[in-house]
Ligand binder design. Structure first.
Ligand code: LMR
Length: 340
């Protein structure tokens, strides 16, 4: 009770502060002691837009909080466990929630193979978010993202607090991999190689639009190998980690970058990034969520951009993506209907 009162007081102070400075936000990481959660917490601690960092996990979060709290930036950091209403306190007054919680893949597994374990973890965290931070922006990292994002939306709908503009599947790692992999081919700085990536976040649902990159000239086997590497880049890491999990460091950096883009746009400077959102683009085909370029602003996903002009080759990739996406999304929706 005292902890919640304190959290509310801090939140009120923060909001008072935010009227003079638009960059003051409480950010919560759910799953903060895990492989992604720890580096993500560190990167958020380094972000000056984050003024309060709430780190929650089933175990280990207070240790991670104590550790990153020594990083010399001004934000407060607190770690929470399930006891003493830890999740409630972590979420109360939160502006942005990142959810990396869940188990990672092992070699030979697809992201969809994580569904049985991660679906209920994400559902339960979404229930808490809907109750204690219904207005927060929710950034889902937990796989399979194509299904866990619909799970969060169904939970929020069931609680009457769903705002489609506030829910995001983080697909930034696909964007970063595209920049990096293309730069390795053409020998440039990855930072100067933006590539829009659309669709979803697994296998063939990941569709890099190279025709809209700086290198539409890439063709044939080079292009095919690049697209395949982007679509299955996660598998490279899973294989190399040899049973010890999947991408954690690059995923943390990707999630921190997306969080920073959102915080920047909440503060009034719009940022456009690909992300997996409740999208009108293919709703008439029964596909409720789709990743495309989205302009972020104070209300969240403000403009969802169409795919624009794409090549015939890319149109084929988009068609293949839609087939899997439809199934992945339906699976998440069905899960919540059957396991509310
Ligand atoms: C990734 O893209 O690396 C993550 O989604 C983790 C995974 O399972 O591949």
């Amino acid at each position: 009770m005292v902890a919640i009162a304190r959290s509310l007081f801090a939140s009120a102070q923060r909001r008072a502060f935010s009227s003079s400075s638009a960059t003051a936000y409480k950010v919560a990481v759910l799953g903060a002691a895990g492989g992604i959660g720890q580096p993500l917490s560190l990167l958020l601690k380094l972000n000056d837009k984050v003024t309060d960092l709430a780190l929650y996990d089933l175990r280990g979060a207070p240790g991670v909080a104590a550790d990153v709290s020594h990083v010399p930036t001004n934000s407060t950091v607190a770690g929470y466990l399930p006891d003493n209403d830890g999740l409630k306190t972590a979420l109360t007054g939160t502006d942005v929630i990142l959810i990396p919680a869940g188990i990672p893949r092992k070699p030979g597994m697809t992201r969809d193979d994580l569904f049985n374990t991660n679906a209920s973890i994400v559902r339960d965290l979404a229930k808490a978010a809907a109750e204690y931070a219904p207005k927060a922006f929710v950034l889902v990292i937990a796989n399979p993202v194509n299904s866990t994002v619909p799970i969060v939306s169904e939970v929020f709908k069931s609680k009457g607090v769903y705002d489609p503009k506030r829910l995001f599947g983080v697909t930034t790692l696909d964007v970063l991999r595209s920049s990096r992999f293309i730069s390795q081919i053409v020998g440039t700085d990855p930072k100067a190689e933006p590539v829009p990536v659309v669709g979803g976040h697994s296998g063939v649902t990941i569709v890099p639009l190279l025709s809209q990159s700086n290198h539409p000239e890439l063709e044939g086997e080079t292009r095919d190998a690049l697209v395949h590497r982007i679509q299955f880049g996660g598998d490279e890491v899973v294989k190399a980690k040899d049973g010890a999990g999947s991408a954690t460091l690059s995923m943390a950096q990707a999630a921190a970058r997306f969080a920073d883009s959102l915080l920047t746009s909440l503060s009034g400077t719009p940022v456009t990034e690909p992300t997996f959102v409740d999208s009108p683009l293919f709703k008439d085909e029964g596909i409720e969520f789709f990743a495309s370029k989205v302009t972020l602003g104070p209300s969240g996903a403000e403009t969802i951009h169409p795919l624009g002009e794409i090549s015939e080759y890319e149109a084929t990739l988009v068609e293949a993506a839609k087939v899997d996406l439809k199934k992945n999304i339906a699976k998440g929706i069905k899960f919540v209907a059957e396991n509310p």
